[in-house]
Design a protein around this ligand. Structure first.
Ligand code: PSV
Ligand code: MN
Length: 431
């Protein structure tokens, strides 16, 4: 059966009903920014160049450990996941790459998958290994750990899996491997903290040795879950220590949900930037823990402050090693494609707002210890409604002025529901 895609002519036709108010709003904002000494043209250009990668594992409905409530037209294969990602990118125009999870997305033929992705206008971002779950029939279990397991043969299996991810990634033209492990303990005394970390480094050394020259490895930390008493890679300090020990190809990955409540994440970002060890992000939002909610839905000011650190650091010393931006969310109650479009836009919004900060004024207020004026300077940028810039950035690239409304009007989900008959077996699991 032919797979439905939204015709480009439909986007153009829909955009016609939004173009006049969008243009008017852009002109009003241009005047306002001009008064503030900011050229809207150069900000729009930067906004149009912004990119964030989509997670293959988030185009299907997610769930909690209690239940999952799948929606109609869920993608069943990696090809269908890519088709959904292509639709998001078609409308939003800032998500040209997909981050794959192995073995969830293990391709039967990697070169064919690469060609298929290219035909959809997509490429690949970081590969993700999975040693936090056993696969059907797996003899050596990860129940008590993987890269840090006490048993050498389990560590061997986990190392080999990561090497395989790199091998697949090379065929797909990916340039990075993200390693997140669930290793840890539920009971005091269950593991030796220092031995576990030594074993982690020993395992990682072998993986890093096999990395192609132009590849990076991202260490993703997380304070707890699935281990509920102690986690081996628990925080940015541990990740930073390991990244330093493992050399220049290894950096830290900040997943916004992977911090204890009230952690000042923008400060963590600044520290990692300063140490030259910030490699990438998994964007999402949270209220309590690793909630994997939509980026910008709970703490948009925090997201803005993170981008303020990134933009400021890039302005002070442009870093050619650049940082990978990826989304990592679980969409439990929404259409995942809608959530991904809205989230990508919120991430781009925070970036654009951060571009508007009058950093000279901010510096002057800091030097005079004028706390309120410093905050006001940040808030002035944060409060600016940059929607007209985001819309214009999409228009120039052939995207949708209002991606959410256009997606709903296109009937995409209904078409997919017919093309992809639902699976009926109940399923639990986070993603
Ligand atoms: C772990 O919670 C995590 O953030 C890692 O990035 C995993 O790869 C991803 O979620 C998917 O479960
Ligand atoms: Mn993550």
């Amino acid at each position: 059966m032919e797979q439905f895609q939204i015709p480009q002519s439909f986007i153009e036709e829909q955009n016609r009903s939004f173009i006049q108010p969008a243009n008017r709003a852009y002109d009003v904002l241009a005047e306002d920014l001009d008064r503030r000494g900011i050229s809207i043209g150069s900000i729009t250009e930067k906004a149009a160049k912004f990119e964030v990668a989509l997670p293959s594992w988030a185009v299907g409905t997610g769930g909690t450990r209690f239940a999952k409530f799948p929606g109609p037209g869920e993608p069943r294969t990696v090809e269908e996941k890519l088709a959904d990602c292509a639709t998001v990118h078609q409308l939003i125009r800032i998500t040209p790459r997909v981050s794959l999870h192995i073995p969830w997305d293990k391709p039967a033929d990697a070169s064919r998958l690469k060609a298929f992705a290219q035909s959809l206008g997509l490429g690949f971002d970081a590969m993700n290994s999975n040693t936090f779950q056993d696969q059907p029939g797996q003899a050596l279990s990860y129940k008590f750990g993987s890269l840090t397991h006490a048993d050498r043969s389990v560590r061997r299996k986990a190392i080999d899996h990561n090497l395989e991810c790199v091998e697949i990634g090379q065929k797909l033209d990916s340039k990075a491997l993200t390693v997140w492990i669930g290793d840890g303990a539920n009971f005091p005394g269950q593991i030796d903290f220092r031995r576990s970390l030594e074993r982690y480094l020993e395992s990682l050394r072998e993986i890093v040795r096999a990395l192609p020259d132009d590849w990076k490895l991202f260490i993703e930390y997380k304070p707890y879950e699935p281990a509920l008493y102690a986690t081996v890679l628990n925080d940015w300090g541990t990740a930073y220590y390991c990244a330093s020990e493992l050399g220049p190809k290894v950096r830290c990955l900040v997943d916004l949900g992977h911090h204890l409540p009230n952690t000042n994440i923008e400060l963590v970002v600044a520290r990692l930037l300063q140490c030259g060890k910030l490699g990438g992000f998994h964007f999402n939002d949270s209220k309590y823990g690793d909630d994997d909610l939509d980026a910008g839905s709970i703490k948009p000011f925090q997201l803005f402050l993170v981008f303020h650190e990134l933009v400021m650091a890039a302005e002070e010393s442009p870093d050619p090693r650049n940082i990978s931006y990826m989304i990592d969310q679980s969409h439990n109650v929404t259409d995942p494609l809608e959530s991904l479009m809205v989230s990508a836009e919120e991430i781009q919004r925070a970036y654009v707002q951060a571009l508007l900060v009058d950093r000279k004024a901010l510096r002057a207020h800091q030097e005079k210890n004028d706390a309120l004026m410093a905050l006001r300077t940040l808030k002035e940028a944060f409060r600016t409604d940059v929607t007209p810039i985001l819309q214009r950035a999409r228009i120039v690239r052939g995207g949708a002025i209002d991606p959410l409304l256009l997606y709903r009007a296109s009937g995409y989900r209904d078409r997919k529901a017919r093309e992809r008959p639902a699976r009926t077996e109940p399923s639990a699991g986070i993603v």
